[in-house]
Write a protein that binds this ligand. Structure first.
Ligand code: ATP
Ligand code: FE2
Length: 322
């Protein structure tokens, strides 16, 4: 079986084509960008509307398939920005009726998790999901995804970007902060772990204050990373212990950070667990993950109306696949 997956929850409009054996045949995308990284909802939707057909064609050309070969259309139904989600859903419906193909809506966050498993071979991991918006520690227990801990305010990526904006580092700031941090030294910063939850807003405020006071940007970046990453390493370790799992899988855009990977790898080695990080191409938003999730769920998950679900949470999704 071959599935064509459509991603359009936020900035990225992506189309991926994946086989039921897990072979990724194509993963085309176009990203709406502004200089400051801001987002004007109507413009994002307009951007997606304008380029969606060309991204579908690009993916089909790359995969070298025509509509006869496609068995299923999947789209991300949520969570995300309603106007952007609507573009993906409408396109999926249009293609489904034009080419007479079944259609399935899937959860975007769950798709991030399962593409991570597909790419790394991790079987039953604790997931550390660190993107712009999300910072969550997740594992499957009792047939459902359970969120063991999450940020109480902003996600790590947004925290890095917010500080980066204050420091004039451009957007996205994560890679720039990583580079600067390599040359810096540690300064004490607010470390906030409450039970299994984390908080990063205070870190942004403190880092901005330190910079204004004249601390070196390299040192502030180093301390910011050390503190934020130690917080998520701590809660990941506790989740591994609590769930008695032996694998940790890092997913989301912040997985690109080598320092974070090395801290998590070290923690895993100390407790005889295996550390996996999603490959960069599949870390951010893209269509291949939606296609793969469609394959996993087709014919198994409860059918729900073909619509958008902008607030759908990961822990409401039943794990109906192996
Ligand atoms: P989601 O909808 O899944 O939350 P998102 O658009 O919020 O996705 P991603 O695309 O997964 O986020 O990741 C983008 C984030 O990753 C940005 O905040 C960016 O600063 C951060 N990032 C990218 N590279 C690095 C890096 N090397 N180090 C740290 N952070 C990074
Ligand atoms: Fe995402």
């Amino acid at each position: 079986m071959i599935c064509l997956g459509i991603e359009s929850t936020a900035h990225t409009f992506g189309v991926g084509i994946v086989t039921s054996e897990g072979k990724i045949l194509a993963n085309a995308k176009k990203v709406f960008t502004t200089e400051t990284g801001g987002m004007i909802l109507r413009e994002v939707a307009k951007h997606h509307e304008k380029i969606c057909d060309s991204v579908v064609s690009e993916a089909m050309e790359k995969a070298n398939v025509n509509w006869d070969k496609i068995d299923l259309i999947a789209y991300s139904r949520g969570p995300g920005l309603a106007p952007a989600l609507k573009v993906g859903k409408d396109l999926a419906k249009k293609l489904s009726s034009e080419h007479n193909k079944p259609i399935i809506g899937v959860n975007h966050c769950v798709a991030h998790l399962t593409i991570g498993q597909l790419c790394t071979g991790a079987k039953d991991p604790v997931f550390l999901y660190v993107s712009g918006v999300n910072t969550q520690v997740i594992a499957i227990a009792g047939g459902k995804f359970r969120i063991f801990g999450e940020t109480l305010d902003i996600g790590i990526g947004n925290a890095l970007d917010k500080f980066g904006r204050e420091a004039g580092l451009g957007f996205p700031a994560g890679p720039k902060i990583e580079e600067l941090a390599e040359k810096g030294k540690y300064i004490e910063m607010p470390y906030v772990v409450k039970g299994m939850d984390t908080s990063f807003a205070g870190l942004v405020t403190k880092a901005t204050q330190l910079l204004k006071k004249g601390e070196k940007i390299e040192d502030v970046c180093c301390a910011f990373q050390e503190t934020a990453f130690a917080m998520v390493t701590e809660v990941s370790e506790r989740a591994l212990a609590h769930c008695e799992k032996k694998e940790l899988l890092l997913i989301g855009g912040v997985a690109a950070n080598k320092k974070l990977c090395s801290m998590l790898d070290k923690m895993c080695k100390q407790r005889n667990a295996k550390f996996f990080a999603v490959p960069l191409e599949y870390a951010g938003d893209q269509g291949a993950m939606i296609a793969w999730q469609g394959i996993l769920e087709q014919g198994k998950s409860k059918e729900i109306e073909i619509d958008i679900y902008p607030y759908e949470r990961t822990d409401t999704i039943e794990v109906v696949w192996d």
